[in-house]
Design a protein around this ligand. Structure first.
Ligand SMILES: Cc1cc2nc3c(=O)[nH]c(=O)nc-3n(C[C@H](O)[C@H](O)[C@H](O)COP(=O)(O)O)c2cc1C
Length: 324
C-alpha cells in the first residue's frame, strides 16, 4: 500500500509505532521496522545522549530497515539535554524523528539540514497547523482515545481526523485508539495516510516489557482507562489500577488546590516498576481505549500482516460491494 507516509519514510506499510517510555527500546523499534512499519526508539527513556547513541547502534544491528527516534519535549524545571540528544540523532544518520509535547521549532533546522523527516504528534487541528507552518513533514493526529497525553480539547478521532484533513496540506497519520485493519481503512477514508499505534504494539511478543503488562492490556476493556492529572492540565490516559484510583481520590479531595507534589508517588518513577518489574499496581502508566480491541499477543509481524491483510480485504471486497 503506497501512501504519502510510506513514500516519506521509505517504508512498506503505512504503520508507525509511536514513541513509548520504557517500551520503545531497540527490540521494539527493530521488530516494527523489520515487519515493514516505522519503528521508533524513545529518546528520553535512554536518559543520556550517549546511551541513546548506543541504543540506535543496537537497533541498527537488529534491522537494516528505516527506523526513527522519538523526542518528547516536556515542560521541566531541569530539562533533559535536548541539544545533546539532537546531536546524537543527527550524527547517527537516523532519517526519521517523531517529536511530541512542546513546539519543536527550535530543533527543526538541525534536523532538516541532516535530511531527517520530522513527524510531530498533535492533539488538535491548531497545533497540527502550527507544525505544518514551522516546516514539519507530517503530523501524527492523536485523538482523545489515545494512550498517553490526549491534550485538553477532548475531540475524538471520528471528528478530529476529518477536521485535520480539511485544513492540513502536509500528510498525517491517525493516532489514538487504532489497532485493526478496519481502523486503518477508516483512517484512510477520513483523510489520513496511515496510522500510528502505541498500546497495540505493547501487546506483542517482541515488546520488551514484563509479561504482566501484556496480560493487563489483553484483560482490559475499553472502559478500563482513566484520565489522570486533569486538574494540572497535563491529562494522561492510563490503565486503571490501585495506584491510579489512589491518585484520582487525591484529585477529588484536593480539588483545584492540587499540586504535582501531591501525586508524585503515583506518577514519578513508575515506568520501570511497571514495565520492567511488572508491579501492576505501582501507579499511572499510559494505555489507550484500544485495549478493548486487543485480545491476543501476536508477533509484530503477525500483527502488521493481519492489519494489512484485513485492510486490503475490506477495501477490495466489503467496500466494493457498496460501490455497485
Ligand atoms: C506506555 C506508553 C508510553 C508512551 N510514552 C510516550 C512518550 O514517551 N512520548 C510520546 O511522544 N508519546 C508517548 N506515548 C504515546 C504514543 O506514542 C502514541 O501516541 C499513543 O499510544 C497512541 O495511542 P494508542 O495507545 O491508542 O495507540 C506513550 C504511549 C503509551 C501507551
Amino acid at each position: 500500500m503506497k501512501t504519502q507516509i510510506t513514500e516519506l519514510f521509505g517504508i512498506e506499510h503505512p504503520i508507525i509505532q509511536g514513541g513509548m517510555h520504557y517500551v520503545g527500546f531497540a527490540e521494539m523499534a527493530a521488530a516494527v521496522s523489520n515487519a515493514g512499519g516505522l519503528g521508533i526508539i524513545t529518546g528520553l527513556t535512554q536518559g543520556t545522549p550517549e546511551k541513546l547513541a548506543k541504543e540506535i547502534a543496537r537497533c541498527r544491528e537488529m534491522t537494516d530497515k528505516p527506523f526513527g527516534v522519538n523526542l518528547t519535549f516536556l515542560p521541566a524545571v531541569t530539562p533533559p539535554d535536548y541539544p545533546g540528544f539532537v546531536k546524537v540523532i543527527v550524527d547517527s544518520g537516523v532519517k526519521a524523528v517523531e517529536t511530541a509535547g512542546n513546539n519543536p521549532q527550535k530543533w527543526l533546522p538541525a534536523l532538516k539540514e541532516a535530511g531527517i523527516r520530522v513527524i510531530h504528534k498533535c492533539t488538535s487541528v491548531r497545533h497540527s497547523l502550527k507544525a505544518e507552518s514551522i516546516g514539519c513533514d507530517a503530523v501524527s493526529v492523536d485523538g482523545f482515545e489515545c494512550g498517553g497525553h490526549p491534550g485538553e480539547d477532548d475531540v475524538g478521532n471520528w471528528v478530529l481526523l476529518p477536521r485535520a484533513a480539511e485544513e492540513l496540506k502536509i500528510p498525517f497519520v491517525a493516532s489514538g485508539g487504532v489497532g485493526t485493519g478496519s481502523q486503518l481503512v477508516a483512517a484512510l477514508s477520513l483523510g489520513a495516510d496511515g496510522i500510528n499505534m502505541g498500546t497495540r504494539f505493547i501487546a506483542t511478543k517482541e515488546a520488551p516489557v514484563h509479561e504482566n503488562v501484556k496480560q493487563a492490556i489483553v484483560a482490559a476493556s475499553e472502559l478500563d482507562t482513566r484520565l489522570v492529572m486533569r486538574p494540572l492540565r497535563n491529562t494522561e490516559r492510563v490503565l486503571t489500577n490501585a495506584g491510579v484510583e489512589r491518585l484520582l481520590e487525591k484529585e477529588r479531595t484536593l480539588g483545584s488546590n492540587i499540586k504535582f507534589e501531591d501525586i508524585f508517588a503515583e506518577v514519578a518513577g513508575v515506568y520501570p516498576k511497571i514495565m520492567v518489574e511488572g508491579q501492576m499496581d505501582a501507579g499511572a502508566w499510559s494505555c489507550g481505549q484500544v485495549a478493548g480491541l486487543i485480545h491476543d499477543i501476536p508477533t509484530v509481524k503477525e500483527l502488521i500482516d493481519k492489519i494489512m491483510g484485513d485492510a486490503h480485504e475490506i477495501i477490495s471486497q466489503r467496500l466494493k460491494r457498496f460501490d455497485a
